[in-house]
Design a protein around this ligand. Structure first.
Ligand SMILES: *Cc1c(COP(=O)(O)O)cnc(C)c1O
Length: 428
């Protein structure tokens, strides 16, 4: 069947995520037949560079031989079993490895990013309650994003996703994120004022360390994260780092919090955790949180939260395979790769007049497109022009970003950067 044929069948029954279906009247859906490395292939023999790692999940390229092999081995051994009252080696090994890598002691499984944010929020609230403290509010950063279930949406700040549902939310407060390095004292001051007034009511402060990805790839100060975390923890407010997007090497260290020289009370991980193969998420936390819940059942202290696919064996096998790949010095090798990509972007895009604020943090590259000449929504225009030129781009408002797989080759970098430059020239 052709691309158009698949499009026609698709829109009969699929309601797509994060989409206005009306757009698909004249915006062809791109049916993907197969994928390998950084390339996606459609049904008409065209290929596209996946410049956004399929919504930031695909760390080592598509169809990776090693992850494939580990997944195939697992599928012939154990596909899934519930994790209440039962356990299995893939979940055990994964939990132990994640704890060893992050310095946490306990791992609670969930099955997607939003769900693990809900877990962290509930655990934090519940643990204060077990200490006799009723703390019904959560604090988050302006411009933050934490997922789209109701609790996660409450603590997020992206109005586009949030405003419609505001009557349904749990209690939340927001504090400014620094606009730049010079703005850090103002942001810390605002946080301090807010905490002085409200800390007794706040269970936890949730933030995405270093990069607010959905918030238009806003890079901000590690020092702010450090000082803000210390301020909260000193006042008995838990800190939750949402590393769902920035974890697993994206910011240049395995976890972003390593660059901030503080340790949160909860660490949320998902997206890249399975190398982009299957949905999985975890909340990592400390023994001291865990122990508050640990008591004879009759004392009613249990954390009774569960998802059917908690700790799915296939997903855990992919996650263990992904960690195996990290053991080959990936974070270190990415330093050079990041510098090379930055240099190419600077050279090919830096001088284009439509490109503003070209920036890089680890394996995240972004810029704002200015002077757009078209009439169609900018994000749609870039998406469409990109596909014409063989690259999958999905801007956030006017921010175009490049988040490639860590396995991208020098040739593929050149091809990507060239295609992005052509997109910019065509639209400005
Ligand atoms: C994607 C994302 C989430 C939500 O994860 P889902 O798996 O899409 O529910 C939460 N927080 C951050 C920072 C994210 O980037």
């Amino acid at each position: 069947m052709t691309n158009d044929g698949w499009h026609a069948l698709d829109v009969k029954h699929i309601w797509h995520p994060c989409s206005q279906m009306h757009d698909y009247i004249d915006l062809p859906l791109l049916p993907i037949k197969s994928a390998k490395g950084v390339y996606l292939y459609d049904f008409e023999g065209n290929r596209y560079i996946d410049a956004i790692s399929s919504w930031w999940v695909n760390l080592f390229g598509h169809n990776h031989p090693y992850i494939n092999q580990k997944l195939k081995e697992q599928i012939d051994t154990l596909e899934h079993v519930l994790l209440a009252g039962l356990t299995h080696p893939q979940a055990i090994n994964l939990a132990a490895r994640l704890c060893a890598l992050s310095g946490f002691e306990k791992c609670f499984f969930a099955d997607n990013g939003s769900a693990c944010v809900e877990v962290a929020l509930k655990m934090s609230y519940h643990s204060h309650l077990l200490e006799g403290k009723q703390k019904p509010k959560f604090l988050s950063l302006e411009n933050g994003y934490h997922g789209e279930t109701l609790g996660a949406l409450s603590v997020g700040a992206v109005g586009l996703y949030k405003d419609t549902y505001k009557e349904l939310f749990c209690q939340h407060l927001q504090t400014p994120v620094p606009k730049n390095e010079a703005d850090v004292p103002r942001a810390l001051q605002a946080l301090q004022v807010l905490l002085q007034k409200e800390h007794k009511n706040i269970s936890a402060f949730i933030l995405e360390p270093l990069i607010q990805c959905a918030g238009n790839m806003h890079f901000y100060s590690a020092d702010f994260v450090k000082q803000a975390t210390k301020m909260c923890q000193a006042l008995g407010v838990h800190v939750i780092f949402d590393e769902i997007a920035v974890g697993f090497g994206r910011t240049g260290s395995l976890f972003a919090f390593e660059q901030c020289q503080v340790k949160p009370d909860f660490l949320c991980l998902s997206k890249g955790i399975t190398g982009g193969y299957l949905p999985l998420a975890v909340v990592l936390t400390t023994n001291s949180i865990y122990e508050q819940f640990y008591a004879p059942y009759e004392q009613n202290k249990s954390f009774l939260h569960s998802h059917s696919y908690t700790g799915n064996a296939l997903a855990c096998a992919c996650a263990n395979a992904t960690l195996d790949l990290f053991e080959q010095g990936v974070v270190e090798k990415n330093k050079k790769l990041s510098a090379d990509i930055s240099a190419h972007l600077q050279e090919r895009l830096g001088s284009l007049k439509g490109v503003k604020n070209l920036r890089a943090c680890g394996m995240v590259f972004a810029f704002e497109l200015t002077g757009y000449k078209g009439t169609k929504r900018l994000s749609l225009a870039v998406f469409q022009k990109g596909l014409e030129l063989g690259i999958l781009l999905r801007p956030l408002a006017d921010t175009i970003y490049f988040m490639p797989a860590y396995t991208i080759t020098p040739q593929e970098v050149l091809e990507s950067v060239g295609a992005m430059a052509q997109v910019v020239r065509a639209l400005t």
